[in-house]
Structures are given as structure tokens and as C-alpha cells.
Design a protein around this ligand. Structure first.
Ligand code: ASP
Length: 335
């Protein structure tokens, strides 16, 4: 038996960045360059390179990520891959990974990785992360888990992974559940399993549905809500306080009622982990029970950016309110 055929689909980001002089770096490298910089990969896999885009990840859109998914499907089919690795910028890596996780209809391992330190920095982590990602994509233990995020020798489920540190190589965390596994001397060990993320159908491109995201803050009187209500958005995600609360002035703002009447409104928590509450507080209009009574949908275990990805795909598919509600319910432990 030959080595596992592993695709490397490059999308840009720091892992693909080269120095500009003056201490800054710009994403320029393609998949073949990344492979050339890590020749030892040929000892653990039969790697195939494909450059999908060369973007700084703040510029990656939902459309780019849907196209990336379609490219990955074709890459796996054309090259008869046993696994595939996506390299991308860490700023939006969690959204990219979760979008492809929602769309991926295959047991073939799909691993997303990146880097914090570009190739010109001491201790550049790109080659090590790429190596760990290729080893994970080549592992039978990664089959059927959907999209995984592998950086710093840790394996995370895309559904839970977040960038939790802006500049440390230990940037990725899974605050609610912890990582699924790790690499021991280069060997992926995945003792914990997650159920597959409920799949959604790929939308027709371009996705015209835009979903707004507002994070509440102390004293938030909902002043931005009229802009959302008149902005033509297909939905709103609110990152509320801890248990999923908003100030009374926000909840009672006429534009909030207008939004609830016209588009799905999803409530996530701006806290780092856990789910919004369902049945703990009442008696104030921004409480979770009061918001639920008015039709606000809980994001369940999804953080606000991931809830926004899901709502964008559902809105793009023109899903009616009950199906949007049902789709989010599958991400919650609670009824
Ligand atoms: N800091 C980012 C990265 O890690 C830049 C980007 O996301 O493209 O790749």
C-alpha cells in the first residue's frame, strides 16, 4: 500500500505569508510553495497541492468558503484523496472551518490549519502545523468527524474551535468542550468523538442574504437596531450578555420588534463558552425567557460568528422560520 494521498488546499493567511521588509508580511504563497517548505511531508503522505485563493483571511467571504467547499469536493474526487488539508488565515479560520463543516457530506478527513508566526519569524509554526494537519488528515481516527481544526499539536472539532489568543501559537481553543485530541510525536490521537455537525445544503452563489451581528454592551440602548432594521438584512444575530440577555432598552426598542416581525433573530452569548440560558431568569424584558417568548432563537452551542454563518446559509436557502428554528435546535442540548 502506498502512502495516503492528502490534498493541500491553500487559501492564504499567515501560513502563506512572506516578509515585505520592515517587519510586515503578506500572503503570497501557494500550496506547492508550502509543500516545498516542508519536504518531510512526503515521508508521511503522498501530498497533492492546489491553490484555491491567496487572501488575508479578514477578506474571505461566505461565498469564498462555499466555493472552497466545492473545490475540495472536486479535489478529493479528481485526485482520489484519502484526506484533505485547508491552509488559511487564522483570523477567520473558525468561520471557514465551520462553514465547510456544515457543507461537508463525506467521511473523508478534512483538516483546517494556519499559522500565527509567518515564515520569516523565529519559531514559525506554519510547517509544524501543516505537518500535524497532514498527519491528522491521513489518520483513520479523523474519518467521519467532519471538519477538524489542527494547530499547535491539538485537534479541535470545527463546531467548537475558536481563536482564543491573538498572537500566541496556542491560539486555538474549544472553550465549551476542550480539544478532541492531540499529536504525540507526530501521531494524531483522537480519544474524544463528536457527533457530526448537522449538514446544510450548499447555497446557490452568490449568497445575497446578509446577516447582521450585534454585540451588546453595558448601557446598550439599541441605537444600532434601526440601521439593521432598515438595512435589508436577512437576519440578525445578537451576542447577548452571559446567559443570553440584553438591556431592557434594547429589547424594548421599536426596531427590535420590527426585526422580530420580519427576519429570524438569533441569540448567542458574548461569553466565551456554554449555551444561552433557557429557563433561569424572568421578570425583565431582556431576560432569556422573555426574549424566547417573543420568538428569539437560541444559538445553542454556537458562538455568534458561527451562528451568523449558519443563519446566512439558511437564509440563502430561503428556509422558512420553522426550519430555521429547527436547524438551530439541533445545536442545543435543550429543547
Ligand atoms: N493573522 C492572520 C493569520 O493568522 C492573518 C489572516 O488571518 O490572514 O493568518
Amino acid at each position: 500500500m502506498g502512502l495516503p494521498r492528502i490534498g493541500i488546499a491553500a487559501c492564504g493567511g499567515t501560513i502563506a505569508a512572506t516578509a515585505d521588509g520592515g517587519g510586515t508580511a503578506t500572503p503570497r504563497l501557494g500550496a506547492a510553495d508550502l509543500l516545498d517548505a516542508a519536504p518531510w511531508l512526503r515521508d508521511i503522505a503522498d501530498p497533492q497541492a492546489r491553490t484555491v485563493m491567496t487572501k488575508a483571511s479578514p477578506d474571505i467571504t461566505v461565498d469564498d468558503t462555499v466555493r472552497l467547499h466545492d473545490e475540495l469536493v472536486a479535489f478529493v474526487r479528481d485526485e482520489r484523496l484519502d484526506g484533505v488539508v485547508v491552509t488559511s488565515g487564522t483570523d477567520t479560520l473558525e468561520e471557514v472551518a465551520f462553514t465547510v463543516d456544515l457543507l461537508w457530506d463525506s467521511d473523508v478527513p478534512l483538516v483546517v490549519t494556519g499559522a500565527i508566526r509567518n515564515a520569516s519569524k523565529p519559531g514559525a509554526d506554519g510547517p509544524a502545523n501543516l505537518t500535524a494537519a497532514v498527519a491528522t488528515a491521513a489518520s483513520a481516527a479523523a474519518r467521519g468527524l467532519g471538519a477538524l481544526v489542527v494547530l499547535n499539536d491539538q485537534v479541535h472539532a470545527a463546531r467548537y474551535a475558536r481563536k482564543g489568543n491573538s498572537g500566541n501559537v496556542a491560539a486555538f481553543v474549544s472553550p465549551t468542550v476542550g480539544p478532541l485530541g492531540y499529536l504525540a510525536e507526530g501521531v494524531p490521537v483522537i480519544p474524544l468523538r463528536v457527533s457530526r455537525t448537522p449538514r446544510v445544503d450548499p447555497p446557490v452563489l452568490p449568497v445575497s442574504a446578509a446577516v447582521a451581528l450585534l454585540t451588546t454592551f453595558m448601557g446598550d440602548d439599541g441605537a444600532l437596531l434601526p440601521a439593521v432594521a432598515s438595512g435589508g438584512f436577512a437576519g440578525l444575530v445578537v451576542a447577548g450578555f452571559g446567559g443570553g440577555h440584553v438591556p431592557a432598552a434594547f429589547a424594548e426598542h421599536p426596531a427590535f420588534a420590527q426585526l422580530l416581525d420580519s427576519v429570524p433573530v438569533v441569540l448567542a452569548s458574548r461569553a466565551n463558552a456554554g449555551e444561552p440560558l433557557r429557563a433561569t431568569y424572568s421578570g425583565f424584558s431582556g431576560s432569556e425567557t422573555e426574549l424566547a417568548r417573543r420568538g428569539v432563537i437560541s444559538a445553542g452551542c454556537l458562538d455568534a460568528p458561527k451562528a451568523r454563518v449558519l443563519l446566512t446559509l439558511l437564509a440563502a436557502a430561503g428556509e422558512p422560520p420553522e426550519r430555521v428554528r429547527a436547524a438551530f435546535r439541533r445545536f442545543s442540548a435543550l429543547p
